[in-house]
Ligand binder design. Structure first.
Ligand code: AHR
Length: 502
């Protein structure tokens, strides 16, 4: 197959927030995760410096918090000020000490150098409670909540720009689940009050491929929103931690933009596609494992619903399947960068995160290196490309037993606006065989060009990283001079970013 890249045809400029992340009050993401005041690796504010440094290396642009399901019975006022009382987190059925709240979150974002993105409680919360939170964060001195922030030692407003009204309030698993009509009414009232407080913030609310839900939301609230939120997990293992293997995971790779296509259609039909962007603000190949809480029959003892959460910490679970899927997802978001402005890997730390932490250090899982590759090597301008000749295909048996045929190569061409270099991402999903690809540039004189390849391959499809065990990392090959078409050889189960300097 021959890949034609046309540098003169721009698909769009991707928003850096496509490489965003999410962190929730769940298991060891916050407590005993990034916020660990007793740990010798933590700084004077109680944050793990090794984790912060790893987040800075992948230039985390935005970090959504505090949930997720957690937020739908969370009251932010209990976690600011000097008198922090523990509360029982009804979503995850554990006690939250409330020692990590809005002020600690903002401090963490400042250390990482990322935008805060606060998800509010549309479960048990009210429009007023949400807008009070915005007062606390964004008003200079007016009203009691800005004065409370100042009294807590934070003189200047935080100017939090991104706010989500609620989480997955469409789901019966969510505390305070809503019908479509209940949903748009709450979103509208919350949006009105929030914008009365801080008219320049950008609001998001949960959308779905479900036409009624999203049409109701957009018809009634479209003028208040800048974003609609989508969530996606493909290997669904909340109750049984039976993970899809590599080839089963490849069956998911062509599905990642299905919801984007559906919601794009609705936005376009309502002539809102220029005003509202999609925030895919929770996504991961694998759902989190937390049995007996999203069910009617709840676990009785902690060993039936808390202890099993430790299975998410098995680092050997995060293999080249997760890395290849993650690259395919990021490629799909780049291809849709005209309508998708944000995506948040769920979560960034522990659970299914790209970083795993333990008392004495961290492990950079396979997916971390994919973010490193995309953030630090791919361009910001997405270029048009087309593939001449037979497209190689891969047919696999999905987890549900069905045969699925998918494109073997997943490709996105980009250009760096600062220096014109072209960087092409090519994912080879083939579990066993290398693939070749001829790459040429239409209407460009390729008399002289320097090529350099960066790739993640692992040693086999089940390669993973763990403490004192590193099989997956970025490998950069020596640069070479070429003329005309470039013949790329793409190893089995690999993610490749190939630079072309003219
Ligand atoms: O499994 C974690 C949960 O997945 C998040 O809290 C929620 O937003 C999504 O359903």
């Amino acid at each position: 197959m021959k890949l034609h890249v046309n540098p003169k045809r721009l698909v769009g400029q991707r928003n850096p927030m496509l490489y965003g992340h999410f962190i929730e009050h769940f298991h060891r993401q916050i407590y005993d995760g990034i916020y660990d005041p007793e740990n010798s690796l933590s700084d004077e504010d109680g944050f793990r410096t090794d984790i912060i440094d790893a987040m800075k290396k992948i230039k985390v642009p935005i970090l959504r918090w505090p949930g997720g399901c957690f937020v739908s019975s969370y009251h932010w006022k209990d976690a600011v000020g000097k008198n922090r009382q523990p509360f029982f987190d009804k979503a995850w059925r554990v006690e939250d000490p409330n020692t990590f709240g809005t002020d600690e979150y903002i401090k963490m974002c400042r250390k990482i150098g990322c935008e805060p993105y606060i998800c509010t409680n549309a479960g048990t919360g009210t429009a007023e409670e949400m807008s009070d939170w915005v007062e606390y964060c964004n008003l200079e001195t007016e009203g009691k909540y800005a004065k409370w922030r100042i009294a807590n030692g934070h003189e200047k407003p935080y100017n939090v720009k991104y706010w989500s009204i609620g989480n997955e309030n469409y789901g019966n698993w969510e505390i305070g689940a809503k019908s479509s009509d209940e949903w748009w009414r709450l979103v509208k009232e919350a949006a009105k009050m929030i914008l009365h407080v801080s008219p320049t913030v950008e609001l998001s609310a949960a959308a779905l491929s479900d036409i009624d839900w999203t049409l109701n939301l957009l018809k009634n609230c479209g003028s208040y929103l800048k974003w609609v939120s989508l969530h996606g997990y493909w290997d669904m293992v909340p109750e049984k931690n039976e993970l899809a293997n590599y080839t089963q995971c490849m069956a998911y790779t062509d599905q990642v933009d299905r919801a984007v296509k559906d919601v794009r259609g609705l936005l376009t039909a309502l002539h809102l596609e220029k005003n509202i962007k999609i925030a895919f603000d929770e996504w991961n190949l694998r759902s989190w494992h937390h049995p007996n809480v999203h069910t009617i029959q709840q676990g009785i003892d902690k060993d039936s619903y808390v202890t099993p959460r430790n299975k998410n910490d098995d680092n050997s679970s995060y293999t080249m399947a997760d890395a290849v899927f993650t690259a395919c997802f990021l490629n799909a978001m780049n291809r849709n960068c005209d309508i998708v402005g944000m995506a948040n890997f769920a979560p960034i730390l522990n659970t299914r995160g790209c970083i795993y932490s333990y008392k004495d250090g961290i492990v950079l899982r396979s997916t971390y290196h994919v973010f490193d590759l995309y953030v630090n090597y791919m361009g910001d301008l997405v270029l048009d490309d087309w593939q001449e000749g037979e497209h190689p295909k891969l047919t696999v048996t999905a987890k549900n037993g069905k045969q699925v045929t998918t494109e073997l190569l997943d490709i996105v061409a980009t250009q760096h606006s600062e220096n014109g270099m072209i960087s092409v991402s090519i994912v080879n999903k083939d579990p066993e065989h290398a693939q070749t690809l001829s790459i040429c540039f239409d209407e460009m004189n390729l008399s002289f060009c320097q090529v350099q390849e960066h790739r993640i391959t692992g040693t086999d499809v089940d390669s993973y990283n763990d403490i004192n065990h590193n099989e997956v990392m970025i490998e950069t090959l020596p640069a070479k001079e070429i003329q005309g078409t470039y013949e790329a050889v793409l190893p089995a189960h690999s993610i490749n970013v190939i630079d072309f300097k003219f």
